[in-house]
Design a protein around this ligand. Structure first.
Ligand SMILES: [Zn+2]
Length: 94
């Protein structure tokens, strides 16, 4: 169920990214990392990796650490922790 208590992580559509030109791809080299944090050596290496991900059924990659990620739909949502306890205070006779 989706309501205001649910938040979502943003992600990148690989299908969309594969349409980027070389300029956008070179920019993406600065922030898209391999598993484990290593950088891609070149635009063609990054493109190759994206094509492989798509071929293996991965459509979306998360921008942030996400423990409820769907490789096709992206973040499935996280129930936010309640900020404050809204239960009524017990009534105390004075
Ligand atoms: Zn998430």
């Amino acid at each position: 169920m989706v309501n205001e208590m649910t938040e979502f992580h943003l992600g990148l559509s690989i299908r969309g990214a594969l349409r980027w030109g070389d300029y956008e791809m070179r920019n993406a080299l600065k922030w898209i990392k391999k598993d484990g944090g290593a950088v891609f050596a070149s635009v063609s290496e990054l493109r190759g990796e994206m094509a492989e991900m798509l071929a293996s059924g991965i459509e979306m990659i998360p921008f942030a650490e996400c423990d409820n990620w769907d490789d096709k739909k992206g973040c499935l949502g996280h129930e936010k922790e309640k900020q404050c306890d809204t239960s009524p205070l017990p009534l105390q006779p004075v």
